[in-house]
Ligand binder design. Sequence first.
Ligand SMILES: NC(=O)c1ccc[n+]([C@@H]2O[C@H](COP(=O)([O-])OP(=O)(O)OC[C@H]3O[C@@H](n4cnc5c(N)ncnc54)[C@H](OP(=O)(O)O)[C@@H]3O)[C@@H](O)[C@H]2O)c1
Length: 245
Amino acid sequence: MKVIVFGGTSGMGRAVARRMVERGDSVFLLGNVQEELERSAEDLRARAQGGSVGFALCDLAEPDTFAPALDAADQALASFDTVVVTAALFASQDALEADIELTRKLVTLDYANTVVFCEHVRKRLLSRGGGRLAVFSSVAGDRGRKPVAIYGSAKAGLSVYLEAMDHKYHAAGLSVLTVKPGFVKTTMTAGLKPPPFAGEPEQVARDVVRALDKRKPVLYTPSMWALVMLVIRFLPRFIMRKINF
Ligand SMILES: NC(=O)c1ccc[n+]([C@@H]2O[C@H](COP(=O)([O-])OP(=O)(O)OC[C@H]3O[C@@H](n4cnc5c(N)ncnc54)[C@H](OP(=O)(O)O)[C@@H]3O)[C@@H](O)[C@H]2O)c1
């Protein structure tokens, strides 16, 4: 594969990028911090099994950076065929409720700008007969829940957009994978109390690469979360009002 990883400088994105170079894929990182990109590219080159490694600046907060970054990736990879998007912003519900500007920023990055980025990718992949797009949404988008009301609403919108892209463009050769992680131990969740079945980034990366290979449309990872969310999706409203999940 010739893969772009947007957000591959940390957490689950880094684990996906590592797994892909270790099996011989070429990887092109996108991120908004030059030093982080340089450090991550060096780490990937040390692990690479024949594939190339490159990077370019791309800021999820600045949609004007999307097209130039994708141009750079296209040039370096001689047309990318796979895109993985993990970049996103997280903040606790308390922090978001206390700061309207943070709320505006989070819903803009995690929903509006992520959709805009995916639209750039969709057009490029369809123009060359298709490809694979994997985007990290969240189990937080499956149901309105007290602790992730605002973040979850952005991920819910993103999940619906991705599902519709799969319905609309699957026959044209575009495979869209919605990744729905549960709680995974990364910098994003540092400081939060992990639940009993919290996952590790490497475990998620293995699941994501396998799902990409199989062109699956939806992935709950770690897999236990598929069961957890099945139950949560069917809980009646009077219970959702009482519990703090
Ligand atoms: N961890 C969990 O439990 C969990 C659960 C469900 C869903 N998710 C989702 O999974 C994805 C990956 O999360 P993670 O846990 O691996 O978090 P992470 O380690 O914090 O990774 C997030 C990535 O987003 C990048 N990013 C943030 N703002 C950006 C911007 N303005 N422009 C470009 N890149 C930006 C970060 O880059 P820098 O480090 O350079 O800022 C980082 O590489 C996210 O979409 C998250 O919402 C996570």
